[in-house]
Design a protein around this ligand. Sequence first.
Ligand SMILES: C[S@@+](CC[C@H](N)C(=O)[O-])C[C@H]1O[C@@H](n2cnc3c(N)ncnc32)[C@H](O)[C@@H]1O
Length: 426
Amino acid sequence: MTQELNDGLPAREGALALIDAALSRRGGLDEAASANAFRFLEPRERAFARALAMAALRHLGPIDRALAGKLAKEPPPRVRNLLRLGATQAFFLEVPAFAAVATSVELAGANKASRPFKGLVNAVLRGLLRDGPPSAEPEHLAPPWLYARWVGAWGKETADAVAAQIGFEPATDLSLKPGADAEALAAELEGEILPGGTLRTSRRGDVSAWPAFEDGVWWVQDAAAAVPARLLDVQPGQTALDLCAAPGGKTLQLAAAGAATVAVDRSAARLQRVTENLARLNLTAEVVAADAGAWDDARTFDAVLLDAPCSATGTFRRHPDVLWAARPGDVASLAAVQSRLLDSAAGRLKPGGRLVYCVCSLEPEEGEAQVEAFLARRPDIALDPIGPEEGGAPAASLTPRGTLRILPHHREGGLDGFFAARFVKR
Ligand SMILES: C[S@@+](CC[C@H](N)C(=O)[O-])C[C@H]1O[C@@H](n2cnc3c(N)ncnc32)[C@H](O)[C@@H]1O
């Protein structure tokens, strides 16, 4: 083996750890990426490991289908993951085929659990390479149980359009501080301004090195994630409450619009990001670590935003791991949390105050069904229908009920899946 290939082994071992964690639990990928063993990789190795794991997760459906035709019985998890990563390198990362195979075989030999499977790894990868890239029918890109749910919710054509987005790496979307020179920034970042004001650039990677980062005039926020806070249309001098605020994208929008903003999240560690973001953007907000459902504070607000914890299936473009770590039982237990938080949010509204509820989930139980149940149990709350293309939402996202069901294919180039509804306190 050449020195060059040996150099790549720690990065590939890192990718194995990432994909193993991503597939075993929700949030596993991020946890593994901050684990010591991973952080000790060279920055270049870390970047390759992450890109490799992400590409494998983005194409996992088709890769596993191709592997199914080559494996007579299930190999140990490390071996399956080595095969997945080997195939990913050869088919999706332009790694030369011989390097993809040789490094996979080498890593099989480097561990007791996979050593007996060195020959199998070699033979299976060579077989896959002979067959060529696996077919990427949309229905094979998502886990079958999730795809079946999407067909049930919107029909096959829409489910296919949603699933097709899994295979694409997304652009980077930025929200701009009011008053920023959008056209000049778009030119500098080689981007375009989308409806609603989001700047979309095809740049990727370390944003802290990008123009005007230190000036604090923009922050990273998906085009769909920027819509819910706009629906509150807060004015200078109004009070706003952002429940479940970290890392703070929506807090920044509310504070930048001039509202006296309180940001609540139960994770003190994640709130640190809110504080850092506020400082960089030269904005202020009161930051509170508390459970949004139990926060003991008697104030009421003109505007409340609840971006509730959810299955996050709408974020698969940036986090393909959410698809594979989600379990059918998650949706029901998260829906119970969401309804508790909605009641708490409603109690913190002034009369006439507006509440926007949103989730980055594609699942109706976390969206449409929450709205109907909330309205049924809260006579003090009315739905405040959202207008066409309000907040920069794609026209196709508006439901007959006046809520938003933003699907990842609703804008060219994609955007995250989100559900949003606006209410008013009678
Ligand atoms: C979808 S993220 C919020 C993203 C954020 N709104 C933004 O735009 O940057 C959900 C957040 O909810 C927080 N969370 C979960 N359960 C919570 C609870 N019971 N009370 C307060 N925060 C909670 C999590 O810590 C997480 O930061």
